[in-house]
Design a protein around this ligand. Structure first.
Ligand SMILES: [Zn+2]
Ligand SMILES: [Zn+2]
Length: 370
């Protein structure tokens, strides 16, 4: 691996006498060019990015650079597993150079950001369709007013951890490999509090119920995640930014309507007489009753479309349609009089009354040769 390694000066495109500023400028340009955020899924760019970061790690450090100048790749003790096995180190270097530019996209490696929170919000179909404002109550720690989040007794300050020197990590050399583990003394915080704040016990925050107004846009569906920027937990340090609140939507089942994305489907039961004679029905829609004319002779399963009575897509656009599917209900209990009338009706019925049945039975006759 070492033998194939390109010269670090070559990698950064600088001369061997380059100043720290020249090295930094060159690194910044190349890192921008090959940054994974700008080259998603591009393995070659990722390799180049790592190569550039590794070169910068050595050349930006006077001591490492001197060692490299003297001994080259093989002897200067650079261990890829220690320095660049994990993305965190690259991002640390990167964050140091670019500050917030890309750093804000990366989670986990910035300890100064507050944690994200999640809240499951149940909505009626109408609320999901038309949008709503919903006040939710979340359990969210609030920065302690007494110590301003430091966790230290007023007048005192957290001290840099002596075990790890404030990095939060302990380097362990195991034979050829160098590894790092979270510092036990400060639990990775890099700081220790000698005199704890009495109000928060050193946590820097106190649990609190917070009311948050969630503006739900029209068109959300089960599983939609709304991001409320900055409504998550506060940052551990006063200068850090708070986390985000993710509101995850769950739409309740509707007693009448079924939803299919932007379409609304409902079954409309009608009687035999209504289907045969035709009728006019006030069909429920998300906007209220809508008059639907059902023509005489409407068959079961026939679907009527109510244009624009569905749901608008999330993010805007015109509303989908409502589909009304006809169910013809066959009476299960008949009075004597009803039975007599139906029998009379049957005796008066023929091919013209039931054309589908007539066609079916004539085909059956053909097949059976009768
Ligand atoms: Zn406190
Ligand atoms: Zn420590």
């Amino acid at each position: 691996m070492s033998s194939e390694k390109r010269d670090f000066y070559e990698v950064l495109g600088v001369s061997r006498t380059a100043t720290g500023e020249e090295i930094r400028t060159s690194f910044k340009r190349l890192a921008m060019e090959f940054h994974p955020d700008r080259n998603p899924g591009n393995a070659a760019a990722e390799d180049r990015f790592k190569e550039v970061a590794e070169a910068y790690d050595v050349l930006s450090d006077a001591e490492k650079r001197a060692r490299y100048d003297h001994f080259g790749h093989g002897q200067q003790g650079f261990d890829p597993f220690a320095g660049f096995g994990g993305a965190a180190t690259i991002n640390d270097i990167f964050g140091e150079i670019f500050g917030e530019v890309f750093g804000a996209h990366r989670r986990g490696q910035r300890r100064s950001r507050g944690a994200d929170l999640r809240y499951n919000l149940e909505l009626d179909l109408e609320q999901a369709a038309f949008g709503a404002t919903s006040r939710i109550e979340i359990q969210r720690p609030k920065r302690c007013e007494t110590c301003h989040g430091s966790g230290a007794k007023p007048g005192t300050h957290p001290r840099q951890c002596t075990a790890c020197g404030g990095t939060g990590e302990i380097r362990v050399q195991q034979g050829f490999f160098a590894m790092s583990r979270t510092c036990g003394q400060c639990r990775g915080e890099g700081k220790v509090i000698a005199d704890r704040c009495a109000d928060c016990g050193g946590a820097g925050g106190v649990a609190e119920k917070a009311a948050v107004d969630v503006r739900v846009p029209p068109g959300v569906d089960s599983g939609t995640r709304l991001k409320l920027r900055g409504e998550g937990e506060p940052a551990p340090s006063p200068s850090g930014e708070p986390g985000d609140l993710y509101v995850v939507i769950q739409v309740r089942d509707h007693p009448i309507f079924q939803r299919q994305d932007t379409e609304v489907v409902c079954e409309l039961p009608v009687s035999i007489a209504q289907a045969a004679l035709g009728t006019s029905v006030d069909v429920p829609t998300l906007d209220g009753a809508h008059k639907l004319k059902i023509p005489a002779g409407t068959q079961p399963g026939k679907t009527f479309r109510l244009k624009g009575k569905g749901i608008a897509p999330l993010g805007g656009g015109s509303r989908g349609d409502q589909h009304v599917r006809i169910q013809v209900e066959i009476p299960t209990k008949l009075t004597k009089e009803q039975r007599d009338l139906l029998e009379k009706f049957a005796s008066l019925s023929g091919e013209e009354t039931n054309p589908a049945a007539s066609r079916f039975w004539s085909k059956v006759s053909e097949i059976l040769g009768k």
